[in-house]
Write a protein that binds this ligand. Structure first.
Ligand SMILES: Cc1cc2nc3c(=O)[nH]c(=O)nc-3n(C[C@H](O)[C@H](O)[C@H](O)COP(=O)(O)OP(=O)(O)OC[C@H]3O[C@@H](n4cnc5c(N)ncnc54)[C@H](O)[C@@H]3O)c2cc1C
Length: 385
């Protein structure tokens, strides 16, 4: 790992940043407020090779790693277009299929995930299990020619734009006890699949849904990887998710900080721009430092993951997600404060970032569960729950 980003990655940042600016927050916010989607940007990013930058070249990807994909999401977010489905479709789903799928599954799904013409959602959260994924009850029963899947999921992002959803369940013979997750690709239009929108107080073009799976009949090849691969296979997808969630949060934080900085340089109510007052300058400087620290942790997590060290990447990805979520919350709040009344207007588009930033403290893994992880695994403290 080098602290100096390669020329190739700097060029990627620049090119993606330019694409993001072409659309910008005004467009993104308009899509969110009118029930629109980000399809135009998504497909353009896919066509340019940005969405599949981490996927194998042989299946239409760029042959890079999660470090490259995180650059794409961070830069789009910094330009005002944080594409939530990037945390899911090319990262969790693309990675899991690329690492554990059969040749047929790779051929079937990866080219579309890479060029953006296919979006795959991801479903692990259940109403009764919540943060305790060991308690999930979505169950796959063997049938003559495949599987029957039954269960319920909540807060699943992007089912309205997805062609399929990667569902985390358990097989019938591993119904109780420690989770042995089994992953299934489920087409969203399969008989027995229903989903309904959950109204969220989030201004975002990406929506969340409750998913109902009622005796959904799937072919044998819907199972990705081994049904006995246990948690390692699941974490091969969850670590990229955490790394990408960090990039999502850092992108939003950068966008908010950029807006706040530009405003306080210009706005004058005494004899100098308000940015000269340390009451405003110091919190913004502090956010800049915390942002750089969070990004360093993201880069470490991505470097470990791309080097194949899943275990060390797990700890680093948790820490990166913690740091990124915290700075996103602080950056958006301080941006609102810096703009005063304008911080609450639709025109300046700052208060509308607050809830999205707030969500990064909860999803995909909450701040408290990360602190539990670090307390137990990094510090060796006893488990309280
Ligand atoms: C915008 C958004 C998009 C999402 N998209 C998806 C998606 O696409 N797919 C998907 O599967 N899920 C998705 N989720 C769900 C998300 O991953 C969960 O909300 C999250 O994991 C927390 O689970 P929960 O909501 O059930 O909270 P709970 O588990 O009920 O937790 C509630 C609170 O209790 C705390 N808590 C729980 N247990 C402990 C403990 N042992 N110690 C200390 N504190 C504890 C938590 O930290 C949290 O603060 C999304 C959520 C949001 C908000």
């Amino acid at each position: 790992m080098s602290f100096i980003e390669s020329e190739e990655r700097r060029a990627l940042r620049k090119a993606v940043g330019e694409l993001g600016k072409k659309y910008g927050y005004a467009w993104f916010n308009q899509q969110a407020r009118t029930g629109g989607h980000t399809t135009e940007l998504w497909l353009e990013a896919g066509k340019l090779g940005y969405l599949g930058v981490n996927l194998p070249e042989q299946y239409g990807g760029g042959g890079g790693g999660i470090a490259d994909l995180s650059i794409v999401l961070e830069e789009l977010g910094a330009a005002g277009c944080p594409l939530l489905m990037m945390v899911v479709s090319p990262s969790i789903c693309g990675t899991v299929i690329a690492r554990f799928g059969t040749d047929e599954q790779k051929q079937r799904w990866l080219p579309g995930l890479a060029d953006g013409t296919t979006i795959m959602a991801f479903a692990i959260t259940e109403p009764d299990a919540g943060s305790n994924s060991h308690e999930i009850t979505t169950t796959a029963r063997r049938t003559e020619d495949g599987w029957s899947l039954t269960g319920r999921k909540v807060f699943i992002s992007g089912l309205d734009v997805a062609e399929a959803v990667l569902v985390v369940g358990r097989t019938e013979d591993a119904r109780t006890g420690k989770l042995k997750p089994a992953l299934f690709v489920v087409p969203v239009d399969a008989p027995g699949v229903e989903f309904t929108r959950i109204e969220m107080d989030l201004i975002s073009p990406d929506k969340q849904f409750a998913l109902f799976l009622d005796d959904v009949r799937l072919p044998r090849e819907a199972l990705v990887g081994s049904e006995d691969a246990a948690l390692l296979q699941l974490f091969a997808g969850l670590n990229p998710e955490r790394i990408m969630a960090s990039a999502f949060a850092i992108g939003i934080a950068r966008h908010a900080l950029g807006k706040a900085t530009a405003y306080v340089k210009d706005r004058q109510v005494w004899k100098t721009p308000i940015g000269a007052h340390q009451g405003l300058a110091h919190p913004l400087a502090q956010i800049k430092i915390e942002l750089e620290l969070a990004r360093l942790m993201l880069q470490k997590a991505a470097a470990l993951y791309d080097a194949g060290d899943d275990l060390a990447a797990g700890e680093a990805a948790n820490m990166a997600k913690y740091a990124a979520g915290e700075v996103a919350v602080r950056a958006t709040d301080q941006a609102v404060q810096s703009l005063g009344g304008n911080g609450m207007t639709t025109e300046y588009g700052v208060a509308s970032l607050v809830a999205a930033a707030r969500a990064t403290r909860i999803a995909p893994v909450s701040r408290e569960m990360i602190l539990n992880f670090v307390a137990q695994h990094s510090l060796g403290l006893p488990k309280s729950y």
